[in-house]
Design a protein around this ligand. Structure first.
Ligand SMILES: Cc1cc2nc3c(=O)[nH]c(=O)nc-3n(C[C@H](O)[C@H](O)[C@H](O)COP(=O)(O)OP(=O)(O)OC[C@H]3O[C@@H](n4cnc5c(N)ncnc54)[C@H](O)[C@@H]3O)c2cc1C
Ligand code: FES
Length: 512
């Protein structure tokens, strides 16, 4: 399968997530005053909202606090498949751990699907939730052995997986693993409905309030740019924890991926959920539109954050793939987002450090956080409520991570290369004249590394290129017009404004 792209062709589609575009914006208050609650939850994505919902249902008062509007982070830009079939995972878990770990992984993710289904029913949420099968397909024979191995491994993990060769895709496949009774939904319709029920009786949803630190006092103190929250327990659900103590930035790495949406005739839209492995590794699903139509969603072109500067090329390739395979004429949406990939393939869910009794985290979902984010809400609420949880020990965030695994050595070597190499690198361009319109470049000006972007109106935006998290040099992302940090995934606007952590500060102004 060759995807040809013309570098100069214009990328099309509204540049926003369909899930965000098809729901009303939220309008929760900023932190009004210093508050005291039982549990403060930092970050209102699927982890934070699920945990807040379960804790409030159990009688706790909660404050759910986000630096932006809620569900605008990774959870607002996902593909929103809820499944325990995570491309290829069970064979790796058996090889790297054992059958029991693979069994627990499968059981926990299946339980998370049922948790979503139960909340949809209990709360009567109209969110296009629909049961369907999930498939991982090998389009060509080069990766068919992996599919066979994964079917066997999933069966050993007690999942009802089977090998098939027929799918409803518009191309033939060499083979696929099928896992029945999984689910898909409209993620924002689901999460916004849950969030709507949180405020009241001593609980709050707070937007546009950035948390800077969490102090381990008794009670804990959450310090934000607008005031304090005192809480017995704190969940840091910021995708990658903003707190560095647990070293999660060294146990997971950020990966960015791309999606496009096209309005199509229902007859050509697959009703089940697909992801490829091998040479065709695209992700495919559809979703109903409110006007009765159907949106086909195709994802792919993933890479480590900061690794590619011409990210518009990723959209072009995706668009060409969708046009070729599904005979689509118009692309209606395009968006992209990033998630943290765990070095040992298991998510980190639990205490921040072995000694932090009341601060909890969840990260490392490896682009499968609809089930694992829900699972995090289940496990963390159980830990806080003192309930036994059958899966908590396996995903314990303080477990010893094999820092010597092949993946972690490579990823941490890459980070070290960026930290040392990029700082010492002789960025030779030393004038704003070197930056063309619509281009971002690192310049060496007055012995400072400067991130300079020249916009379409020829205006230069210049800020310090040094990431305020741990000091790596940022990299330009032309598809999103942002400065992205290749080390741990922080992102900034062209004027240096913080778009996503783990950093909690803007890029410094360029001091000319
Ligand atoms: C392209 C792509 C497609 C994907 N598709 C799927 C899929 O089909 N199925 C699946 O299971 N998973 C999928 N995933 C993964 C899944 O979307 C994520 O794992 C999940 O959404 C992560 O949820 P979260 O709650 O950890 O993070 P987020 O949703 O990012 O929430 C974190 C929140 O914390 C807030 N925050 C950050 N810093 C602060 C601060 N200092 N103070 C206050 N608030 C702060 C942010 O604003 C944000 O709202 C996909 C991922 C990608 C990248
Ligand atoms: S995100 Fe860690 S150094 Fe930039």
């Amino acid at each position: 399968m060759t995807v040809l792209t013309n570098k100069n062709s214009t990328i099309t589609g509204k540049h926003t997530s369909y899930w965000i575009d098809s729901t009303l914006p939220t309008d929760y208050p900023i932190l009004p005053e210093n508050l005291t609650v039982d549990v403060a939850i930092v970050g209102a994505g699927i982890v934070g909202i699920t945990a807040a919902t379960l804790l409030k249902k159990a009688g706790k008062t909660v404050a759910l606090i986000d630096s932006e509007k809620i569900v605008q982070g990774t959870s607002g830009k996902t593909t929103a498949k809820i499944t325990a079939l995570h491309r290829l995972i069970y064979n790796d878990l058996i090889e790297n751990f054992d059958v029991e770990t693979a069994r627990i992984y499968g059981e926990a993710n299946q339980a998370a699907i049922e948790q979503v289904a139960n909340l949809v029913t209990e709360e009567q949420i109209d969110c296009d939730f629909r049961r369907c099968n999930a498939y991982t397909f090998a389009r060509y024979t080069d990766s068919i052995d992996k599919i066979h191995a994964e079917v066997q491994a999933a069966q050993k993990a007690y999942l009802p997986a089977s090998f098939v060769t027929n799918t409803e895709l518009p191309f033939s496949v060499a083979g696929a693993i099928k896992l029945p009774n999984q689910a898909r939904f409209h993620v924002r319709k689901y999460l916004l409905n849950l969030a709507h029920k949180i405020p009241g009786n001593g609980s709050y949803v707070i937007e546009n309030t950035r948390v800077k630190e969490v102090n381990h006092s008794d009670p804990c103190q959450v310090v934000s740019d607008r005031g304090f929250i005192k809480a017995q327990d704190v969940i840091v659900a910021t995708n990658l924890p903003i707190l560095d103590q647990g070293l999660f930035f060294a146990k997971a790495y950020p990966k960015r991926s791309y999606l496009i949406g096209a309005k199509v005739d229902k007859s050509i839209a697959p009703q089940e959920m697909y992801i490829g492995t091998g040479k065709d590794d695209h992700s495919i699903r559809s979703t109903p539109l409110d006007d009765g139509g159907t949106l086909l969603i195709v994802g792919g072109q993933g890479h480590k954050v900061g690794e590619k500067q011409d990210t518009e090329e990723c959209y072009r390739k995706l668009e060409n793939y969708a046009r070729n395979e599904f005979k689509i004429e118009n692309i209606d949406y395009r968006w992209s987002t990033q998630d943290m990939v765990s070095m040992d393939k298991l998510p980190y869910i639990g205490k921040l450090t072995p000694t932090s009794e009341h601060i909890y985290v969840a990260t490392g979902f490896s682009l499968w956080g609809m089930s694992k984010g829900t699972l995090s809400g289940m496990i963390l609420s159980d830990l806080i409520l003192g309930r036994n949880n059958p899966w908590a020990a396996t995903f314990d965030a303080t477990r010893a991570t094999p820092f010597v695994s092949k993946t972690s050595i490579k990823e941490n070597f890459d980070v070290a290369t960026h930290w040392f190499g990029d700082r010492l690198k002789g960025f030779t361009d030393n004038s704003f004249d070197k930056v063309k319109p619509n281009e971002g470049k690192i310049l060496n000006l007055d012995n400072q590394k400067v991130a300079a972007y020249r916009d379409e109106n020829n205006q230069v935006h210049a800020v310090s290129a040094v990431c305020p998290h741990l000091g790596c040099v940022v990299s330009w992302n032309n598809g999103e017009k942002s400065w992205d940090c290749p080390c741990h995934g922080s992102r900034f606007s062209c004027d240096g404004e913080l778009l996503r952590g783990p950093a909690v500060k803007d890029l410094k102004a360029y001091d000319a």
